[in-house]
Design a protein around this ligand. Structure first.
Ligand code: 6PG
Length: 516
C-alpha cells in the first residue's frame, strides 16, 4: 500500500449542521471524508467530537483540513467534493477558491444547498473546463442529512456515474415491498438493504428544480394541515392536544406522513415556561427562505395553475402582516352572529365525529391537488427547459427521507409507473376514485369555512383547481371576447381549427375577420 496516497474518498466543505450531519452520514457508510470549514476551529472541534469509534467497524472516518490546499491534497483523484454553504454568492466563492487552490477539470463539485436552479444551470456552464459543477437537492432536514436524506441529483451524467454509489449508500431507504421508509440508522450502523431514495434527475439544474418543487409542495402540505387544525379548533372547540390525538389517528391511515406525525407531536407539546400548549405561545407570523416563492414564480411564469402551492406562499405573507391583522380584526366584520369569525354552533358527539371526518376528507383531497399541481409544474418545466423527467422515479425517491414523505407517495409512484405520461394525477384511476368518494366532505368543509369566516386559502384553492380542471367550458370564452373588444387581441372559435384566430370589429360594423 502506498502510504502517501491521499486518504479521503470524499470532501465536504461547510460544517454547519447540514454539512456536519452529511459528513457523518457519509463516514458511516465506510468513506473517509475530508472536512473543511472556513473557520478552522470549527473543523477541529467537529473532528475531535467524532473520533473513528463513532463510525463503528464501517471503516469510515473524518480527515480534518485547515486549508483548501490541504483539503485538495487529502482527496483521492479525480475528486468528489460536496459543498454545503448558504445558497447564493457563497457557492461561487467556494468554487473559485477551490479552482485557485488547484482543483482539476475532472473534479466534481456538488452543491447540496437549496440553490436556485437557474444558478445551477449558469454555474454548470461557467465552471466547465475548470471543474464539473453538479447540483443536488438534499431534503430531510438535520436528521435526514445524518441518517438518510432524499437526494435529487442533477448535472453531467458521467459525473453521476461516479457519485451514484455514494448517493445510493447515504440516502434514505424504503422497504421495496411496502414502500415505507425503513427504520432510521444509528451512528456507525447504517441501514442495510432497501431501495435508495435517490435517482438521476437530469442535466444541469434539473435536480435543484425538482427540489424546489418538492419545497413548493411542502409549503402547500403544511398550509393544508394548518387549515385543518384551524377549522377543528375554531369550529369544534377542540384543544391542541385533542387535535393532536386526531392527527395521530389520521397518521395511521391514508394521511400517514412525516408532516402529519410531527404536527401531532407539536400539538401535544406544552410550553416549558407557561405550561400552555406550545402552539398558543408561538407567534402566528410565518417565516420563509424563498424556495416556495421560487416555485410560485416559476408556476406563474409557465402559466401552470399551481394555485394551492402559490396560496400557501401568500398565506405565509398574510400571516406576517401580524400588526395589520390585529387592527383589521377589530374593524372588519365577519359573518353575522359569529364573533371572531368562528362558529357558535359547535358540533359534538356523532355530529362532531362526522365533522372531523369531513375535515379529514378535505385534507386528503386538497393534498392530492397540491401534489397534482407540483407534478403538473414539473411536466411543463421539462418541456420548457429541455429535461426529461421520470415522474414515477421522482415520486419513488420522495417516499423516504424528505420532508414531504408520505404513505400516498407510494400511490403516486404506482400511478406514474402505470402511465408515465399521465396528464394529471387527478386522472389516475386510484386518485380519481378517492376524490370522488371524499369530495362531499371537502365541499362541506370549504362551504362551512366560507360561511363561518374561517380563512382556508389552500383548501378552497385546491377545490377551485379541481373544479376548474374538470369543467369542460370555462368562462374564458367571455374573457377572450373582452380582450378582443378592448385590445383586438383576437380569439379562436369552437367551430374552427385550433390556431386560427379571429377579430370582431367591436367599434364598427361588428363583422368578423380571420387574422393572420
Ligand atoms: C427540506 C426542507 C428544507 C428547509 C426548507 C425550509 O426539504 O429538507 O425543505 O430545505 O427546511 O428550506 O424552507 P422555509 O424556511 O422557506 O420554510
Amino acid at each position: 500500500m502506498n502510504n502517501d496516497a491521499p486518504p479521503a474518498d470524499v470532501g465536504l466543505i461547510g460544517l454547519a449542521v447540514m454539512g456536519r450531519n452529511l459528513a457523518l452520514n457519509i463516514a458511516d457508510h465506510g468513506y473517509q471524508v475530508a472536512a473543511y470549514n472556513r473557520t478552522a476551529s470549527v473543523t477541529d472541534e467537529f473532528v475531535s467530537d467524532n473520533p473513528p469509534e463513532v463510525f463503528g467497524d464501517t471503516g469510515g472516518g473524518l480527515v480534518p483540513c485547515s486549508t483548501l490546499e490541504g483539503f485538495i491534497a487529502a482527496l483521492k483523484t479525480p475528486r468528489i467534493i460536496i459543498v454545503l454553504v448558504k445558497a447564493g454568492p457563497a457557492v461561487d466563492t467556494v468554487c473559485n477558491a477551490l479552482i485557485d487552490a488547484g482543483l482539476s477539470p475532472d473534479d466534481i463539485v456538488i452543491d447540496g444547498g437549496n440553490s436556485l436552479w437557474t444558478d445551477t444551470i449558469r454555474r454548470e456552464k461557467d465552471y466547465r473546463g475548470r471543474l464539473i459543477f453538479f447540483g443536488s437537492g438534499v431534503s430531510g432536514g438535520e436528521v435526514g442529512a445524518r441518517f438518510g436524506p432524499s437526494l435529487m441529483p442533477g448535472g453531467d451524467e458521467n459525473a453521476w456515474t461516479r457519485l451514484k454509489p455514494i448517493w445510493e449508500s447515504i440516502s434514505a431507504k424504503v422497504d421495496p415491498d411496502t414502500g415505507k421508509p425503513m427504520e432510521n440508522a444509528s451512528p456507525g450502523k447504517p441501514v442495510s438493504g432497501g431501495e435508495p431514495c435517490t435517482t438521476y434527475i437530469g442535466p444541469n439544474g434539473a435536480g435543484h428544480y425538482v427540489k424546489m418543487v418538492h419545497n413548493g409542495i411542502e409549503y402547500a402540505d403544511m398550509q393544508l394541515i394548518c387549515e385543518a387544525y384551524q377549522i377543528l379548533r375554531t369550529s369544534c372547540g377542540m384543544t391542541p392536544v385533542e387535535i393532536g390525538d386526531v392527527f395521530s389517528t389520521w397518521n395511521e391511515g391514508d394521511l400517514d406522513s412525516y408532516l402529519m406525525e410531527i404536527t401531532a407531536d407539536i400539538l401535544k407539546q406544552g410550553d416549558p415556561t407557561t405550561g400552555k400548549p406550545i402552539v398558543d405561545v408561538i407567534l402566528d407570523a410565518a417565516g420563509m427562505k424563498g424556495t416556495g416563492t421560487w416555485t410560485a414564480i416559476n408556476a406563474l411564469n409557465l402559466a401552470v395553475p399551481a394555485a394551492t402551492i402559490t396560496e400557501a406562499v401568500f398565506a405565509r405573507g398574510m400571516s406576517a402582516l401580524k400588526d395589520e391583522r390585529v387592527k383589521a380584526s377589530k374593524i372588519l366584520a365577519g359573518p353575522e352572529g359569529i364573533p371572531g369569525g368562528g362558529s357558535n354552533d359547535q358540533p359534538s358527539g356523532d355530529a362532531g365525529e362526522q365533522f372531523i371526518a369531513t375535515v379529514h376528507d378535505a385534507l386528503y383531497c386538497a393534498k392530492i391537488c397540491a401534489y397534482a399541481q407540483g407534478f403538473q409544474l414539473m411536466s411543463a418545466a421539462q418541456v420548457e427547459y429541455d429535461w426529461k423527467f421520470n415522474f414515477g422515479e421522482i415520486a419513488r425517491i420522495w417516499r423516504g427521507g424528505c420532508i414531504i414523505r408520505a404513505r400516498f407517495l407510494q400511490k403516486i409512484t404506482e400511478a406514474y409507473q402505470r402511465a408515465p405520461n399521465l396528464d394529471n394525477l387527478l386522472l389516475d384511476d386510484y386518485f380519481r376514485a378517492r376524490i370522488e368518494a371524499a369530495q362531499s366532505g371537502w365541499r362541506q368543509v370549504v362551504a362551512h369555512a366560507a360561511l363561518s369566516g374561517i380563512p382556508t386559502p389552500a383548501f378552497a384553492s385546491a377545490l377551485a383547481y379541481y373544479d376548474s380542471y374538470r369543467t369542460e367550458t370555462l368562462p374564458a370564452n367571455l374573457l377572450q371576447a373582452m380582450r378582443d373588444f378592448f385590445g383586438a387581441h383576437t380569439y379562436e372559435r369552437v367551430d374552427e381549427e385550433r390556431g386560427k384566430v379571429f377579430h370582431l370589429d367591436w367599434s364598427g360594423d361588428r363583422s368578423e375577420a380571420e387574422m393572420s
